[in-house]
Design a protein around this ligand. Sequence first.
Ligand code: FES
Length: 439
Amino acid sequence: MRKVRPLFELRAPIADSDAVTIEYGGQTLHALAGEPLSSALLRAGILATTRSPKYRRPRGPYCLRGECGSCQVRIDGEPNIRACTTPVRDGLKVEAQNQWGPAGLDPTPIVDSLFRDGIDHHHLVVRPRLANAVMQRVARTMTGFGVLPDAASTAPATSHEHRPQVLIVGSGSAGRAAACALERAGIEALTIDRLDRRTLETSPGALPAGLLSGVGVFAAYPQEGLWAAAAAPLSTAAGDLALHIIRPQHVILAVGGREPMLPIANNDLPGVVSARGLVHLLRRGEVRAAAPVIVIGDGDHAEALAQELGAQRFASDEVRRITGGDTVDGVELADRRVPCRLVALAPTPAPVHELAAQAGGRLRFDGHGFAVVTDDVGRVESSEGGAREAAPWTLWACGDVRGWRGPAASAADGETTAAAIGATIRAELERAPSAGAER
Ligand code: FES
């Protein structure tokens, strides 16, 4: 992908102690130690580092929070690493993937012009066999996610086992409110969040005392009684690799919501980002936008984000399409085109429901996504045939994972759920004091 004018710039010169260099496609880039790699690349005018696996559309950072996977790069020979959740450190060797060369020399437009109705790979060049083998090889090279690592990982891995009374997954408004309430009640809670501490500190409210940041849960295993989490799962293999095995009595899912895509043409062009992700990036205080931002979205949620970004906002039905070639160059309305290089989409977030579903929780469609179904205090209802009955924990959910409610209501939700868990634990202790004391 060719370089374009940077979308971000540093707020202050980099102090010598924080200055590092990284390599991208053979070029040396100067960066700030610890800043997200995607921020360093965007500051250098590198907006796209990969192409989509099927249609080979250029892809650059969208969510800026490790949720969409569109910022993937190859780092030190390891493919499919999210740039937005990888902190920069000196000497990183970063490469584009799924595209031919960092300059974006890509044959896709030629292929598109030759096969205007698309490619039916089941029938294309089936014979002679040799030609078919060549075609298959070209097709495999052009699609998919990166290529295999240069070598097997030699990073040392460790594992840690935790047995907290309560595991809280997510430390947004709901999670940190629940954690603080449990702490006040003297109940031992372990909070984990996939985002790094620096990013988490930019949101209002104190961080929980027992917080493991930069740790994402990748699975719940009800039959085995454990939740497994990995440290630095979204980061480079050379980071600290640690498996956390967690055996809780209660689990609170406070994983919040993520932005679905607004159905607007060219919503995937590099230069289109999530408004909420952009707010989080800018709150870190390392960079500011180097171009005016246009927010597209509806309602109070979008308006609040536009105000924080100091951006002009258009309702989603005002926008005919986002314009541009390899990157955004404007927004087309019914009566005019507004030039811009940075578009932030602000749809209502949809619940991050996957962990709840895997753990046997019931879901319902709420108009934006699949919300976790709970009772009034956050106890998760079991899905029909769900695995929850076999689980050794009680499953709770609070905040936006129950349906979008915003930070204030989510915090209240977290407190309600924590109070209910406190009451449950006290009741259990009263029923079986000796069993409780052994835990
Ligand atoms: S995962 Fe990095 S931008 Fe979405």
